[in-house]
Design a binder for this molecule. Sequence first.
Ligand code: GLU
Length: 375
Amino acid sequence: MAALTIRDSKRLVIKIGSALLVDDEGDLRSQWINALVSDAVEMYNSGTEIIIVSSGAIAIGRRILGLSGGPRNRALKLEESQASAAIGQVRLAHAWQEALEKHHIRAAQVLLTTEDTENRRRYLNARSTITTLLKMGVIPVINENDTVATEEIRFGDNDRLAARVAQMISADTCVILTDIDGLYTADPLIDPNATRISSVDTINDQLEAMAGTTSNEDGSGGMVTKIEAARITMQAGCRMAIGDGRTLNPLKAFESDTKCTWFMAQGEPQSARKLWIAASLNPVGTMFVDSGAAQALASGKSLLPAGVSKIDGVFFRGDPVIIRDENGLEIARGLSAYSNEDAVRIRGLKSSEIEKVLGFRGREEMIHRDDLVIT
Ligand code: GLU
């Protein structure tokens, strides 16, 4: 079993709720943000990739707009939330940028909707943007794109957004900072016998019932959405922890299992993603490859346009395709980086010739090895 500490995380998503970032007056808690950032930077400096999922845009924006005395005292109409988010997001992103700049680290703002994590084409784009930022040493600060998300397609809560992001970028750890130090067997405010659960292997009805009893004031989620988030990350091979973020330097709580609840991952993030590519997708096209490419794939390499001899089917960027060898035997499945029309035009070419033929500088790979599984 993996050690229950965030210290050994390779790619860590930190989700921060509005109630931690914004005080009752709707002002940003800069001291808290600075303390969290110094701890995150310490991990960053020892090699952990950090992704921050930050709420707070609506809570800040509504105050600027005069839509409340406090940040959470009345329900806003959808368009009021969206207007608040548009205003508050600028301030929020700036606060993160300022805090990270003190450590000479660049921040990047990424705003996502559910569609960006579910539609495969947009998923591939969001995934490669975030992983490119990480490679550049940047810390992405992510929130829901509240201004364009309509009621039906909203995440609504950043717990689920954080889980989807963790899944999308194959993170190995996701921590949810909230106003309680984990999941309890009953509501600790009501039941004196309630005890904190230190680790969870599987989510069952009993556990969901426990989550339903625990009161939690943080943002829009509550414990129920945190359990939903855990379900997503666990299946994605990413462990998740819920802990109390109210004190300064809250990441310390996740260094052991004595101050938080850990939800254990089922497998590794990369293999969970490959399983998902291999099993749950309905391939819509076929790429036939030469023997050199077939060998390269078998040794774990990406599929380059040069090795593709023939394309069948109609597909878009991000769609699942089957890869067959010269004899027509299936050897792999993957997500195509190109539509069938573009793929036909660049097949057989060197990657350096792609731009000349397509008129834009696309991916070097027809299918990147992270999006490919040998079958
Ligand atoms: N995206 C919302 C915001 O930034 C927060 C949603 C949540 O609290 O989970 O204000």
